[in-house]
Unconditional design. Structure first.
Length: 200
């Protein structure tokens, strides 16, 4: 991807001084933090920067991206009681291709764009049908954990012919497994890494 001059300056500051908070970066550039909001967002989403609560931004070099947590995207999910209609709205507003479904903060299902298309073109009352009727559910969900090497996630995507894998932290609460969502690994994350790797 091509970065603007200002984005390059931000990366240089973080590389040399990180972890560094947004206000400090802005001060270095004689700008306000809010003027840099879009740049921070672009650089974080593209996997150049990681934002850590209280610490600020750290730089992630291409060579350092080895684990799924280094390239995964943000969680986008809906509650299992939401309707198919509401899920479709969310898939548009959040601009994603796959939606995760949760119940009490645990991953229980997943729906793809085509799952939603299928139900929408049938004679269904999508405002009434809850999303949990149509989703692919546990234990059939292919997931990964954030400390797995990136290559393991790529293998799962290819082997299972899917676009997206939820990244979870597995916990046990009262003898029951809870799959807490922490991120998403998509073909786009992998393509971005590929591009970064092969472009100067
Ligand atoms: P599309 O259906 O739009 O081609 P996918 O290839 O990602 O998108 O999904 C194919 C099917 O696999 C869908 O029915 C979807 O519910 C299911 N699916 C998607 N992601 C996963 C996953 N991580 N684990 C299990 N099933 C999945």
């Amino acid at each position: 991807m091509s970065l603007t001059e200002r984005q390059r300056q931000i990366l240089k500051i973080v590389r040399e001084n990180g972890p560094i908070i947004g206000d400090e970066i802005a001060k270095n550039l004689f700008l306000t933090r809010s003027a840099l909001r879009t740049d921070f967002s672009v650089l974080t989403k593209a996997g150049f920067l990681k934002s850590k609560p209280k610490l600020g931004y750290t730089y992630i070099a291409r060579e350092e991206k080895r684990y799924i947590k280094d390239i995964m995207g943000d969680v986008v999910s809906v509650d299992s009681e939401l309707s198919v209609y509401e899920t479709i709205i969310k898939i548009f507003t959040k601009d994603v291709g796959t939606m995760f479904i949760t119940e009490k903060n645990s991953l229980v299902g997943i729906v793809s764009r085509k799952d939603l298309l299928k139900i929408a073109i049938g004679k269904n009352d999508i405002e009434r049908v809850p999303i949990n009727i149509v989703m692919t559910r546990m234990p059939n969900i292919i997931y990964c954990e954030e400390n797995e090497p990136i290559i393991e996630g790529v293998k799962k995507i290819i082997e299972h012919q899917i676009d997206c894998i939820p990244v979870v932290k597995i916990k046990e609460v009262k003898g029951k497994k809870i799959y807490e969502l922490v991120g998403r690994l998509t073909k786009t994350n992998i393509a971005k890494l590929f591009l970064e790797y092969y472009s100067k």
